[in-house]
Ligand binder design. Structure first.
Ligand code: URA
Ligand code: SF4
Length: 282
């Protein structure tokens, strides 16, 4: 269910935007690597005793979209990477279906070590591990967090019921670490293996993510926006200024090309599911 963009572009809303916030890309990558190094040797909760590898998470350091799952399964524990088993293959497919690549988002989990036998993570395990997710989110400063499954949902939308909120977006719980983010609720991709109908629900819900990202971007505090919105200096500088070395263009091209990351935003209004659409999935 790939989405064809009418302008022929790969997607109307790429998840990676630059420049972003106060860290430059190298600093952001280094900060994420530092957190990952700490996670790999962490012994803060009992899950370290049974893990093969901790799974810090992976993805683009400059992305605006972070997917947060529950905790590593067996394949993830063996490889030390998130979502690399069957649920991961499906998640990768879902990401592709909106025209994005897995490498362009960041993927991590509420707990970074596998709960034995894939049991649910315990509350004390989640609270021991929460500082790592918070720090990752502080570094990434995403506009949108996509929650996968109920433990992630409870972290970013406390009290919400997945059957009621999947496919919808709201301000993320600030104490979870992504202070200026919106959260978009999805079922866990593994749910598709238990119930065929949920596969389709996931396929529909994922299509709402680009619009959720656009609305999340617009809702960010204004001091974070100017970098992206700033016009090229050439639009303001008179042609006589000392540092303008090129011959001024004749007037047939009075408006210089000013790349705007979000120029497409006006062309695609926020699409939220109607109650009728939603009722199909309750
Ligand atoms: N399920 C999760 O919640 N996370 C993973 O990384 C893999 C499967
Ligand atoms: Fe540390 Fe988190 Fe692993 Fe527990 S689950 S040992 S807190 S990294």
């Amino acid at each position: 269910m790939a989405i064809e963009q009418s302008d022929g572009s790969r997607t109307g809303t790429p998840p990676v935007a630059q420049p972003r916030g106060s860290l430059d890309p190298e600093e952001r990558r280094a900060a994420l690597d530092e957190i990952a190094a700490e996670v790999r040797v962490c012994t803060r909760c009992r899950l370290w005793e049974t893990r093969t590898n901790a799974v810090p998470g992976e993805g683009h350091a400059d992305t605006e979209v972070v997917f947060v799952g529950e905790g590593p399964g067996q394949n993830e524990d063996v490889q030390g990477r998130p979502f690399v088993g069957a649920a991961g293959t499906f998640l990768t497919e879902l990401v592709r279906s909106v025209g994005w690549r897995r490498e362009e988002v960041f993927i991590t989990n509420v707990v970074k070590c596998r709960p034995p036998g894939n049991r649910d993570p315990e509350p004390d395990e989640m609270s021991s591990c929460a500082p790592y997710l918070k720090r990752q989110l502080a570094v990434l400063d995403p506009a949108l967090v996509v929650t996968l499954g109920r433990f992630s949902l409870q972290t970013f939308m406390p009290g919400a019921r997945i059957g009621a909120v999947h496919g919808t977006v709201r301000a993320a719980e600030p104490t979870a670490g992504a202070a200026h983010a919106h959260a978009y609720a999805m079922y866990h991709p593994a749910a598709a293996f238990r119930q065929q109908a949920l596969r389709e629900t996931l396929q529909v819900d994922v299509t709402g993510i680009p619009a959720a990202l656009e609305s999340a971007r617009r809702a960010r505090p204004s001091e974070q926006a100017p970098e992206r919105m700033k016009p090229e200096p050439a639009t303001h500088v008179p042609a006589t200024a000392d540092h303008v070395t090129r011959t001024p263009e004749p007037l047939e091209n009075p408006v210089p090309e000013t790349p705007r990351k979000d120029a497409h935003a006006t062309a695609s209004p926020i699409t939220e599911m109607s109650d009728d659409q939603m009722s199909l999935f309750r």
